[in-house]
Ligand binder design. Structure first.
Ligand SMILES: [Zn+2]
Length: 258
């Protein structure tokens, strides 16, 4: 990991106490397993030397992360902030996306990058799957073109959750293959979303409107509000099983994140 391109600004820790209303789908209790994740924030600058996100907005992102992960008693603290002055990373392509953690990650910390935009398809849900498992690859990249909840979606990927939709391995509506298809979780119903179609699945009120059927001829009833769905403006919660899955990812780590 090279620090050559860093312009170091300051180190501090920022803790949030804000609460918001997140829906926890399921009747079981969510295990509280207190953990503070230390986060290194990297703001990529444009050619004019400016970042795409301001500090107040980034602090709001920490409020949001802490609200979503409060059921697990997890908190995220901003412990370091620096800027990346190489603006080739600000309009992120696949090559630069791959290089970001290699060049700039702080090992053992969760790294949060802010860039302007990306040419990578479906970038706003893209994060290294189970990236937390390697102390050198734990990172999430937010772009100006992503919505705020995309940050939570990406974090969940890093902690091991899969999208609720999986056109390559679709789950049946009756759930009979729920442990091996879709997102492999039975608490999230089959979701027919397919990024390769222009078909409308939800309306502006977040009501599911598609009449397509699964291989058994059954109509879908996806959980459009789930954080791992692709209905980005509708996401309002996650299932207890999803929380437990992320906790299990953390508990099986072979190192201790700072
Ligand atoms: Zn995703």
């Amino acid at each position: 990991m090279s620090k050559i391109h860093y312009t170091f600004i300051l180190i501090f820790c920022f803790a949030s106490t804000m609460h918001s209303q997140i829906i926890y789908y399921g009747n079981e209790s969510i295990p509280c397993y207190p953990k503070v994740f230390h986060v290194s924030v990297h703001i990529v600058l444009n050619e004019g030397g400016e970042g795409s996100f301001g500090m107040s907005e980034i602090e709001e992102h920490f409020d949001l992360m802490n609200a979503w992960f409060e059921p697990l008693c997890w908190t995220f603290e901003m412990c370091k902030q620096d800027t990346v002055i190489d603006h080739s990373f600000n309009l992120l392509n696949q090559n630069r996306f791959t290089k970001l953690p290699e060049y700039y990650n702080d090992d053992h910390m969760l790294n949060l990058y802010y860039v302007s935009t990306s040419s990578i398809r479906d970038f706003c849900h893209l994060a290294p799957q189970r990236g937390i498992e390697d102390p050198t690859t734990a990172h999430v990249v937010m772009a100006r073109t992503c919505v705020t909840n995309d940050l939570i979606h990406k974090l969940c990927h890093m902690f091991g959750l899969i999208d609720t939709y999986n056109p390559a391995n679709p789950e049946f509506v009756n759930g009979s293959n729920c442990t091996v298809a879709g997102d492999r979780l039975c608490s999230t119903p089959a979701d027919p979303y397919n990024p390769n179609t222009n078909m409308g699945f939800v309306n502006t009120s977040c009501q599911y409107i598609s009449d397509i059927r699964d291989a058994n001829g059954q109509f879908y009833e996806p959980m459009v509000g789930n954080i791992m769905s692709s209905y980005r403006g509708c996401r309002d919660g996650m299932t207890v099983e999803q929380y437990r899955t992320m906790l299990n990812t953390y508990l099986t780590l072979t190192y201790t994140p700072w």
